[in-house]
Ligand binder design. Sequence first.
Ligand SMILES: Cc1ncc(COP(=O)(O)O)c(C=O)c1O
Length: 467
Amino acid sequence: MQRDSNLYIYRALYSQLKEDILTFKYESHEKLPSKRVMSQHKNISVNSVKAAYEQLLAEGYIYTKERKGYYIEPLDKLIVETEQQHTVATFDTKSDAEFDYSFSHMSTDISEFPVDTWTKMMKQVFKHYDHYLSSIPDVKGPFELRQSIAKLVSYQRGIHCHPEQIIIGSGTNSLLTNLIELMSENVTIAVENPGYSRFRTLLERTNIQMTSISLDHKGISIEEIKRMRPDAIIVTPSHQFPMGTIMPVSRRISLLNWASKTHSYIIEDDYDSEFKYETDNIPSLFSFDKNERVIYLGTFSKTLMPGLRISYMILPTNLVQKFDVQNQSTIPDFSILNALTLNLLIKEGHYEKYIKRMHQLYGKKRAYLIEQLQQTFGTRIDIKDTQAGLHFIVEVISSYSYEEIESRAKDYNLELYTINRFNVKPLQNNSDRKILIIGFSKIQQQQIPEAVQRLKKVITDSSGTIE
Ligand SMILES: Cc1ncc(COP(=O)(O)O)c(C=O)c1O
């Protein structure tokens, strides 16, 4: 028997006997040697043999007869269908940690995150909120956090709501799934095109009909909405994803009027509205709505970090009761520990301070990146510089296709996404003008010059000149 110092002796005997039983070296109902005989045979203690036998007994490999000993349980041979044996494909799954530089629009900079404060708040949660932690929580999330969010959206987004209208979730996608469950099966939901591809993927997996609506210079096309007649639309009015348009008030009013006239819903995805440069925050669509037609989606993925997985939904009052009745026995899917810690972070003013700091940091990185892009590309780049969010769009000249640009970026260890990813149908590659999404939150200020040089290499021809 192998005597590995790290392996308990009994584990070695247990493993060996288990293997022997499974490979039918023992007959069904055969008696195992007594503990004493086995211990002499293996030169180990009786206690080790006892522990191994007890473990095999607990797992059902052997049974006992009182005062007689241990016997082998009759087992069927486990069927192994050889044609079912698949090898796991190795996908191209380069994680963003492996990139030297990142222009990702998804990630945030956590280098300044107040880890010590977060830990302090978490300890307070253990001390004062043990009743929450030790039981199954309310599906809508801790009331205290919903109260804090209600205050936050009141002064940040002009939304005046009751905490009962707020539902916490582990992400916008999971909240959207909850929302879909409130709707009847034959509804049609429209998404923006180009738009957030994760919503499209989610809707494609449901029984819900999905349609996509193109954009004009004001955002989602109202003419197309009227033509397609969806029952609900998902929009990003504060900062259209990915194009960056801030929806002007005229389009907001048209949308709200369409929703009231047709009794449709507008799902407002307000994913990065906390970051506006040079201008003040633009009030949410929810705050304009006087007819209970808007459902608001907010997230802490941009202000804090995507890894936190805490987002929220604000329902119009006409949907609250339906949600409550339908979710009476639903168990929430997010970490209550994190939710309560976040509540204290907001309540004690740390959250607001952090956003202010990050706002400044992102503002500086953004300005420096724009300067570097202009210097490097000159007239060969058109920067659609909306003063909002954590990304902007650029149009560059490149003879490479969108697929080639994304794969070349990987080769250059640069995380980069093109508009192709967010369009319902892949774009034709017959124009040299290519649209890229440039996120500036993850990249560090000092990395910007080198990252821009790599971008230049990615989109230029093989000789290294921009043509
Ligand atoms: C357009 C858009 N909507 C919503 C979200 C937020 O998603 P979640 O709250 O699930 O992290 C993101 C995050 O990157 C986003 O880009």
